[in-house]
Design a protein around this ligand. Structure first.
Ligand code: PLP
Length: 379
């Protein structure tokens, strides 16, 4: 059962209960528009990642701006997206186990479904599940282009899997998944350029073997918010999967923008609104947002507009703020806006987005309450 939303539509900003996951709707829409413009200029397709937002409502806004469909990581996320009206979903991940494959195949009767694979046994089971349900599934062979996670080695290995996929009446070979996850948060543009150049070489080498065997790729997919301009301009990738650009977390803000530009085209649009619940010690302030309100795996949140306050020492329901001097000390009841360290797992902690219009103005109001429909969809 989802919890009740922490605010009502039309309520002023000051009446949002905390901790709450709030979206600055103006910044969020600028981020959506900036990415749509960027991929338009690059001349590639955008298939944004729904692992970031887990929301068919947000997916619809991305599709309305030209995205060809959505990516997600889990079958459960794909089910929620399709139930919410998305017609084209790529599970950009390996799906293993009969029950999950049956669910994926069943879903493919209601939407265009594609999935990644790097293993012959998985492809065999997927083909059986698709045959049993009478559905058609497109498969991208995942190549490990540097992330050292899933995917076959670059080179000839993908060709054997492509042949197996093409040999099934219920599967079709769609191309390659070539996502370099660990390149996304490399801090300097030079490091990111080198990583994607290496991923491009690995992908090109793989494509050479596929080409020799007569396999064409409709899709070469990959890229995230940190590197999408590099993949998009490479002439190799034709479908980009960025997700975090809609919200921009504190960790992404540590990436140094490319020298050609002064700053990232995207702004922080997602925040955790927190309240100072204790200053009794005199030495610290304690906010009502700890591990259950913020994911701290990529670093602690940053207090927006308050460089004199530093969040640290989270426990389950508390976060401790350090401050420089007495003048900086917040008072109990003060409300602070925290920029999460990592947006995706923070989103997964909440049932509701609270969308605020006029975020930084005295007229700031709750305009939208969107359920995080795929929260907890981990299977
Ligand atoms: C396969 C895949 N594609 C794209 C992304 C999106 O990356 P980002 O949220 O950094 O834009 C991710 C994120 O983990 C991913 O796993």
């Amino acid at each position: 059962m989802p919890s009740l939303p922490p605010a009502e539509i039309g309520a002023p900003f000051s009446e949002i209960d905390t901790p709450a996951l709030v979206i600055d709707l103006d910044a969020f829409e600028r981020n959506l528009d900036a990415m749509a413009a960027a991929v338009g200029k690059l001349g590639v397709r955008l298939r944004p990642h729904a692992k970031t937002h887990k929301s068919p409502v947000i997916a619809a806004k991305q599709i309305a701006r030209g995205a060809v469909g959505m990516c997600c990581q889990k079958v459960g996320e794909a089910e929620i997206l399709v139930a919410g009206g998305v017609k084209d979903v790529l599970v950009s991940n390996e799906v293993v186990g009969t029950r999950k494959l049956e669910r994926l195949a069943a879903l493919a009767r209601h939407a265009r479904v594609s999935v990644c694979a790097d293993d012959p046994a998985m492809i065999e089971q997927l083909a059986l599940a698709a045959e049993r349900t009478g559905s058609q599934i497109e498969v991208l062979v995942e190549v490990d282009v540097g992330a050292r996670r899933c995917g076959v080695r670059p080179g000839p290995a993908a060709t054997g899997l492509a042949r197996q996929i093409a040999g099934s009446r219920h599967l079709s070979f769609g191309g390659l998944q070539a996502y370099h996850g660990s390149a996304q948060h490399l801090r300097t543009p030079e490091e990111r350029r080198a990583a994607i150049a290496s991923a491009a070489n690995a992908t090109t080498e793989t494509l050479r073997f596929l080409d020799e065997a007569g396999f064409a790729c409709r899709t070469i997919g990959g890229a995230g918010t940190g590197t999408f301009e590099l993949e998009g301009a490479s002439g190799i990738w034709n479908e980009l999967q960025a997700g975090s650009y809609i919200f921009m977390d504190a960790d992404y803000a540590k990436n140094v923008a490319d020298g050609a530009r002064n700053a990232s085209p995207f702004e922080h649009a997602l925040f955790v609104l927190a309240t100072v619940m204790s200053t009794a010690s005199g030495e610290r302030a304690v906010v009502d947002a700890g591990h259950k309100a913020l994911s701290n795996d990529s670093g602690f949140p940053v207090v927006r507009g308050r460089p004199d306050l530093r969040y640290h020492r989270p426990s389950d329901e508390h976060g401790v703020l350090e401050f420089d001097n007495a003048a900086s000390k917040p008072a109990a009841g003060d409300r602070l806006t925290l920029i999460p360290g990592h947006c995706d797992p923070t989103v997964n902690l909440y049932d509701w987005y609270v969308g605020v219009r006029g975020f930084d103005t005295p007229a700031a109001r709750v305009e939208a309450l969107w359920p995080i429909a795929a929260r907890g969809a981990v299977t």
